[in-house]
Design a protein around this ligand. Sequence first.
Ligand SMILES: Cc1cc2nc3c(=O)[nH]c(=O)nc-3n(C[C@H](O)[C@H](O)[C@H](O)COP(=O)(O)OP(=O)(O)OC[C@H]3O[C@@H](n4cnc5c(N)ncnc54)[C@H](O)[C@@H]3O)c2cc1C
Length: 527
Amino acid sequence: MRRRKIYGWGYEDEILTAEENQELEAKWGPYFGVDQFEPRPAPTLDEIELRKPRVTPPGSLSSICSTELYDRAFHSYGTSLRDSIRAFQRDFTNPPDVVAYPNTENDIHALMDWCGDESIALTPFGGGTSVVDGVEPPKDGYKGSLSLDMANFNKVVEIDETSLAARIQGGIKGLDLEAQLKPHGLTMRHYMQSYALSTFGGWIATRSSGHFATVYTHIDDMVENIRTVTPEGVIESRRLPGSGAGPSPDRMILGSEGSLGIITEAWTRVHRRPTHRASASVLFDDFYTAAEAVRTISQAGLHPANCRVVDETETQVAGAGDGTQSMLALSFESAHHPVDHWLTLALECCADHGGHPIPEADETARRGGAAGKYRNYFIRLPFHRDFMTPRAILGETFETAITWDRLPEFHAKVVAETEAAVRDVTGGKAYVTCRFTHIYPDGPAPYFTWRGLGRWDSMLDQHAEIRKRAGDIVNELGGTVTHHHAVGRLHRPWYDQQRPDLFADAYTAAKQRLDPNGIMNPGMIVG
Ligand SMILES: Cc1cc2nc3c(=O)[nH]c(=O)nc-3n(C[C@H](O)[C@H](O)[C@H](O)COP(=O)(O)OP(=O)(O)OC[C@H]3O[C@@H](n4cnc5c(N)ncnc54)[C@H](O)[C@@H]3O)c2cc1C
């Protein structure tokens, strides 16, 4: 069976090509003034010694539990920069004691009973693509820790082609989900950047956002019901297209990050596969006029599937521009009707704000042009960390949302403060870029990326300091701590300031009712 890397994105056989390494070397060496990087080697299993398991599963659970070195090392972390730094530095000091692979809900109940009886922290594990310390066990307070991997809940169970909906198990990865829907001419199109490795249950647990820039953005707006196994029993909501019956049970589970129970399955809306598409790339001399153009598009009731504004620096870093212009990648799609007219209208909005569409001939069937280059860069980006971390290059992202009226000041201050933080902490060059991943009529979801050259022995502290300053400024200016990366442990300091205290008390009371022994993913959301 193909194994995932223990130190980064993808499978063990998915590594950067020699050509990619050369290109990255040629890009980042001169930028940071380094003649020759001296990369640290990636960690291998035989170098890793884990603490002995502190707990042993009872015989009745042993067939679904593992204490193998690989299983425990892989389930120690998610896929964030912090995780990659710790893995490259061979720091596996807090692995789960046991990894379980349940096959049925009864297995999950039995695992929960064991954890409750023995004071073992239980961390649900979907695809392990968390970038917010969401899947690592708590450091203390428990006799042991269990990572519960949902890999065997991997099926599309039922399809309702009349209503265009599907009942899907929580542990299925995006790639497998799409493969199982495809023979029915259906798709979920929840193409988040991590969709290949992340899971349906993980998406619900973290309130993920996918491919659609407008309308069907959050998973919240797709699920019809959710089935969750908690230590105190099952919560399953009625499957409905909509309901005004009191507070929604689904809304309590969405974003609960494993703190209340395990999402074993849900019904979700699906779509017919699109057959009509129209797309264009538009250049703007100024990021804020590009923002004005997409505000107009969104408020005009045009609903592009993709509406990604990328600022001039990020366009350049991606090899898709010369650093003087921002780019808007715009596309419409439908399984039902031609969408060229919609694109024409959106391009008129762009023209009103000085946007110049890149002539189609220059886009050379999209793949070779600016949008195509950006797309290829975007797809390979998660692998670039395998180049960056061992060379002490700090490369991190954070995302938020803000209303249009506050955007210019918010954007300018967040970029300036983050750039200053990277310079102060690393003492060297830094840059911060921004793109909009999702667009609402009342505001965008800006996604920031920063880079600087760190010091190998203090990368974790450097990252924490920069992250703190970036988080503080977003919070101070009224943005959200996260638009779609979830809270985890990483975002807790700002989440605790953002959410009302009384709400936290109410959530804690709900958690106590569902999880009286406090075993479910401790430290997430409350506590
Ligand atoms: C390169 C990269 C790109 C990304 N791009 C996006 C993006 O475009 N959009 C986006 O929204 N996010 C993105 N993310 C973040 C991440 O992929 C999402 O948070 C995703 O939803 C996590 O799913 P997962 O299955 O990997 O969950 P995990 O990482 O395994 O878990 C995440 C959290 O959910 C809990 N959990 C997992 N499964 C269950 C379950 N069945 N029941 C209860 N709790 C559960 C875990 O305990 C944990 O707290 C990206 C991450 C990476 C590394």
